[in-house]
Design a protein around this ligand. Sequence first.
Ligand code: WTA
Length: 645
Amino acid sequence: MSYPYQIKTQAQYHQAYARSVQEPEAFWSDIADHFVWKKKWDRVLDWNFTEPRVAWFSGAQLNITENCLDRHLPDKSDQPAIIWEPNDPSEPNRILTYGDLHRQVCLFAQVLLNNGIKKGDRVCIYMGMVPELAIAVLACARIGAIHSVIFGGFSAQSISDRLQDAGASCIVTCDGAFRGAKDIPLKAVIDEALTGNTIVNTVLVYARTRTGVSMIKGRDHWWDEEMEKASQQVLESGSLLPAATMEAEDPLFILYTSGSTGKPKGVVHTQAGYMIWANYTFVNVFQYQPGQIHFCTADIGWITGHSYILYGPLSAGATTLMFEGIPTWPDPGRFWNIVDKYKVNILYTAPTAIRSLMSFGLDPLANKDLSSLQVLGTVGEPINEEAWHWYHQQVGKGDCPIVDTWWQTETGGCLISNMAGVTPGIPAWASLPLPGVQPILVDENGKECVEPDEKGIVKGNLCMRFPWPGILRTTYGDHERCRTNYFATYPGLYFTGDGALRDANGNYRITGRVDDVLNVSGHRLGTAEVENAINMHAGVVESAVVGYPHEIKGQGVYAYVIVEHLHGDETQMRRDILQTVSQQIGPIAKPDKIQFVSGLPKTRSGKIMRRILRKIAEGELAQLGDTSTLLDPAVVEEIAKGRIV
Ligand code: WTA
């Protein structure tokens, strides 16, 4: 399989970009012609950002698993689709060819049907990084059930909220997951999340860690036993399960992500547009060549894993490497061992992982053959220049282009990125918009920013003025929330929540979130979400959470907390608050610093002045600005004095 729509030169990029703007419908329908359809579309694009309403390829019918699996069978059934590297390097690895993966997916799709799951039902998947996670995701897609993968680090409370919001009737999980030296009891967390839940009637459990688990009669079933039954059915019928017919705009999955207000929202992606976007960006950004081994280190619990471990690579007939463990276990040379062992060609990871590995020096890289690497990528947060150069020199040996891919859960795939070896990479700049992407920078009032500063740079809030095929369609169960979150701040535009710079050549540099969302180790956290979790703790009166620069995580979480009175000492109270946050959200949301304060800086109308709290957390005490309009200016001084370094 070659990719006729793969851009090979800078001139081709400019040509493709111009056409994608001038005649988007013709542009995307030419690309869509290279996919497998059960029925072609009546209309390429129908959109309106006010409602908002976006529909790509309306009238078309397809199944994404036919594009990811069936179409590769004639010439790739023996080629590895998924190479799986276990957490413990002494355990055998697993390689699933396209033939194997197709068969497993069809069997598990049958299992879902046998358990009463139908097209449109929501299935939550809470598993470690085992091949069965990929199989479960694709099996849902095969029968048209809507999958919602929940990252294995989220707490029972978080899962419970998501189950409720999605109205999920089925969960696929594991007994436990191995992550580094830890053995995480996933099924026990699910059991806790299901207390009081009356909608989930099926839990399918894959045995990975062999930890003891409770299995409730009638509700809980073992993966292996169910697969055995499905195999029998296939033997009897003589055929594997065909793929369900899906409409282009039927939902494919829900993925929960944090915003600036309230609980995480369920971002909805649909069948055809998402597939084409994941595929097109995979093939072009990474310049994938058939036969190459692509290693994306993300977890499938995040959008990066959805698009660049599963749907992008598999729809392109690629070989994708899936790693169960963490970069620093059993030692910080683990990524390099994996690259060496499998002769990885493309490595895609997060700046936070690079910075963390940098901190171990060069020893872990010694004697590792990294010469197979051809393309490096980063995602999830701005990459600082130091990390960029280290990645370029020490990992890529100065020889591999780095693609700095800017995108979001809501965008389905990369929007702004250089294309490996095709368009130039600039340290710390995501660079150019991909074909189909029309960015615009606006000021607070929504007015387009066009005036460059003395260096030729324009600065503003990053929006999009035209839909691309992978844009979110709604937030599950609450379309109004989708509208107010993304389409109402600047009428007629999709607002990303990020700030950006643009140079005279049209390159973009993302400067970070301009809303109340934190980016901790490449993971999104809403300040309100963390505050709500802290406020759950008995004795906490009020709290305010801000981000501050953190050497490895990018941003750390700084919490200012008012308590009724301290029970025990401060250390004990801090521990209890951390435990509460772990319980409410998960360990990833635990504040790095907790400062007990007697009040918070508020305006006369009661709004917390986060700007001041951010400055204090950053240690910029000289730049607190005018505090005279505050309700209680004295509190600022007290907070600044008690700042935790
Ligand atoms: C940030 C992850 C700078 C950004 C795919 C965005 C980045 C948020 C980059 C989305 C990048 C992602 N440079 N910042 N290359 N990539 N971001 O939804 O703030 O987990 O809005 O999607 O991460 O995070 P999400």
